[in-house]
Each structure stands twice: as C-alpha cells, then as structure tokens.
Design a binder for this molecule. Structure first.
Ligand code: DQA
Length: 144
C-alpha cells in the first residue's frame, strides 16, 4: 500500500463531463482515472479512485488511507470543501499527506467558495487547471 495514492472525490463529481462543462470541462471521472492510472504506472504507483456524495464516506476513506499505509491522498471534496469541519478534523487526525484538488479555481468564483476547511488542513492545494489539476497533484504526491 505504500505505493498507493487514494484519489477521493466528493459530491456531484460523479456527474463530471455532464455537469456545468463550461466550469468543470468535458472529461468524466473515468477519463481522469484512466489518465491518472497511466501516469501512476510510469511512476511505479497505484491509484485507488473513489467518489461519494456522502460526507461520512470521505471521512472513513481518509482514515482507511492511513490505516492501509497509503502514500498520499488527493482530495477533491466538492462542496464539502467549504462546509465540512468533519473533513478538516479527519485530515488533521491522520499523518498521510492530503493534497486538496479542484478543477475550477474557487477563489475566482462565488464568495462562499473562498473559504476551504480542507485547505486549512491539507498539505497543499492545486486548483484551477481543470482535469490537469489531478495530474499535477499526482506529480506532487509522487515526490513526497
Ligand atoms: C470543485 C469546486 C467546489 O467549489 C464545487 O463545490 C465542486 C467542485 C472543483 O473541483 O472545482 O463541486 O471542488
């Protein structure tokens, strides 16, 4: 598991590709998963990508990432980014490095997206590059 990168995705990201493509692009989560897996192979890493619309699943998976000795977590918590003290606490509770990922740049959008509980606890943030944000986060995780 030391070579595994968890890629955790929160609410509405199952609709990627259909959902507001002018903001989030036309790639689906499966497209992104495929590209991450290809690059991970080159880096001698494995990807475990999951998506849930339920906050508690993300908390459980963060705990699991540490329990299983994952190398890092890439976390796009969707709207829970801006609301979830439970995710803030979970990230702080584990030693596994967590990288916050966003397709869009929340700071250029509505004011309610400017605050990130995830970002307050994460090791770093990559946002605003569309699907490429995930690839950049993988490169960073590989170097940790
Ligand atoms: C998002 C940004 C969030 O503000 C939003 O709620 C999402 C997607 C992104 O990847 O750009 O669901 O996390």
């Amino acid at each position: 598991m030391a070579n595994t990168i968890y890629v955790l995705n929160g609410p509405n990201l199952n609709l990627l590709g259909l959902r507001e493509p002018e903001i989030y692009g036309s790639d689906t989560l499966d497209d992104i998963a495929g590209r991450l897996e290809d690059r991970a192979k080159e880096l001698d890493l494995e990807i475990d990508l999951r998506q849930s619309n339920h906050e508690g699943h993300l908390v459980d998976w963060l705990h699991e990432a540490q329990a299983r000795g994952a190398k890092a977590v890439l976390l796009n918590a969707g709207a829970f980014t801006h609301t979830s003290i439970a995710l803030y606490d979970a990230i702080r509770a584990i030693k596994t490095p967590v990288l916050e990922v966003h397709l869009s740049n929340p700071h250029t959008r509505e004011e309610f997206r400017h605050h990130s509980y995830v970002g307050m606890a994460a090791k770093g943030t990559i946002a605003g590059f569309g699907a490429l944000s995930y690839m950049l986060a993988l490169e960073a995780a590989a170097l940790l």
